[in-house]
Design a protein around this ligand. Structure first.
Ligand SMILES: Nc1ncnc2c1ncn2[C@@H]1O[C@H](COP(=O)(O)OP(=O)(O)OP(=O)(O)O)[C@@H](O)[C@H]1O
Ligand SMILES: [Mg+2]
Length: 256
């Protein structure tokens, strides 16, 4: 059981309908501070809707969403959008995209440059951050989106299928880097994915959602040791978790 003191995020009685069709009717969730929570579920089940409400981008119809008793307006959040092509300002260079939220926070020039340099080192950036988004590959653009989200030093980070448009090799690289940085920062993270392997790989805990009206199909603790690498994918612990999740998926998600 999660005690209220530890709960970074606490959702109670969440309600949301679109055109009279309920997506959530009485949904509860607690996420511990520093946990990486992956949300896995079929297309259209409401994954983006859930994190958009949690991130304050979308109004809920009812219920409460609180971070240690604070509303989302009182919490610093980072958000990485599902579609990297639409996420960056095309008229601004990559570094300028990262600086943008820091300027809005009113930080000084020196502090801004220090943060950009630190992020570039953390993510081992080897391309030129003075390029425009259209001059970068998809993986590089998504990396810039992740850096921009983390630049504000968020208390909570939301990632909506951050790797879905990337090829397999880029995905492996980016998720290894992300794992490394997130575990070092200890930022509470909510990651949406429709890739089961990726969800297990990156998460401390995995929520499996059903089709609409959306309910919890399973709540899985992923107690695999960190750091994880490509060998993790073939360990007995990983294979057993994946089997459990696939069984749940077949029984309660695919069948619903
Ligand atoms: N603004 C909206 N107006 C009407 N219906 C909406 C709106 N936004 C989402 N929906 C519907 O709500 C449901 C949940 O959408 P959501 O985008 O949260 O799903 P998702 O799980 O993120 O799907 P995907 O895996 O395709 O990204 C879908 O059936 C969708 O059609
Ligand atoms: Mg979505």
């Amino acid at each position: 059981m999660i005690t209220p003191r530890e709960a970074a995020l606490s959702i109670r009685g969440l309600q949301k309908s679109f055109t009279g069709q309920p997506v959530y009717s009485g949904f509860d969730l607690d996420v511990k501070r520093g946990d990486i929570l992956a949300i896995f579920g079929p297309n259209g089940c409401g994954k983006s809707t859930l994190i958009n409400m949690a991130a304050g981008l979308l109004e809920a119809d009812g219920g409460t969403i609180l971070y240690d008793g604070r509303t989302v307006r009182e919490v610093r959040i980072g958000y990485v959008f599902q579609n990297y092509r639409e996420a960056l300002f095309p008229w601004s260079r990559a570094a300028e995209n990262i600086r943008y939220p820091l300027r809005r926070m009113g930080l000084g020039k020196r502090e801004i440059e220090a943060r950009v340099e630190k992020l570039a080192a953390d993510f081992r950036v080897r391309f030129d951050l003075h390029r425009y988004p259209y001059e970068l590959s998809g993986g590089q653009q998504q990396l810039v989106s992740v850096m921009r989200a983390l630049a504000v030093e968020p208390e909570v980070l939301f990632l909506d299928e951050p790797f879905s448009a990337l090829d397999y090799e880029t995905t492996l690289d980016l998720r290894a880097l992300l794992q490394d940085v997130l575990k070092r920062l200890g930022v509470t993270t909510i990651l949406v994915s429709h890739d089961l392997e990726e969800s297990i790989f990156l998460a401390d805990r995995l929520l499996m959602l059903t089709r609409r009206p959306t309910m919890l199909a399973d709540d899985v603790t992923v107690d695999l040791p960190w750091p994880r690498d490509s060998d993790t994918l073939s360990t007995p612990g990983f294979v057993a978790l994946k089997k459990r999740c696939l069984d749940v998926f077949t029984a309660s998600v695919a069948a619903a």
